[in-house]
Design a protein. Structure first.
Length: 130
């Protein structure tokens, strides 16, 4: 297995980390850009299939990248992961708060004012000149 330790591809945090790495690889410009896109696609295949052979292939593909590109991508992915953790910490309480519902409400939830505004805007848009 080329010295790679098997990792759990059923772990959502592992898959999120792979996704962050793929996103960073997609953003590489200049020399080696095409290679990084191919590695990104291999990583996205890992996320889609949760396959250990796909992970091993993506790892080998990543290791074929220029060492300077690998270092830069690793640094950028580390920063992106830290940013994602900070963002999750800031909005975690907001996202964990259940939506307010009236006691005894059994029907579908009423649309929020935000959704109403979007619906009204969409209805008005075709009649308005561009």
């Amino acid at each position: 297995m080329d010295g790679l330790e098997p990792i759990s591809l059923d772990d959502t945090q592992t898959l999120q980390a792979i996704g962050i790495l793929a996103d960073v690889l997609d953003g590489v410009d200049g020399p080696g850009g095409l290679d990084t896109v191919l590695v990104s696609k291999a990583l996205r295949q890992v996320i889609a299939t949760k396959s250990q052979p796909a992970f091993e292939f993506a790892s080998r593909a990543f290791n074929t990248l220029d060492p300077d590109i690998r270092r830069k991508v690793a640094e950028d992915a580390d920063n992106a992961a830290h940013d994602a953790v900070e963002l999750r910490a800031r909005v975690g309480g907001f996202l964990a708060t259940p939506a307010a519902r009236e006691a005894g409400a059994t029907g579908p939830a009423q649309p929020t004012s935000f959704l109403n505004a979007l619906n009204l805007r969409a209805r008005r848009r075709p009649n308005q000149p561009e």
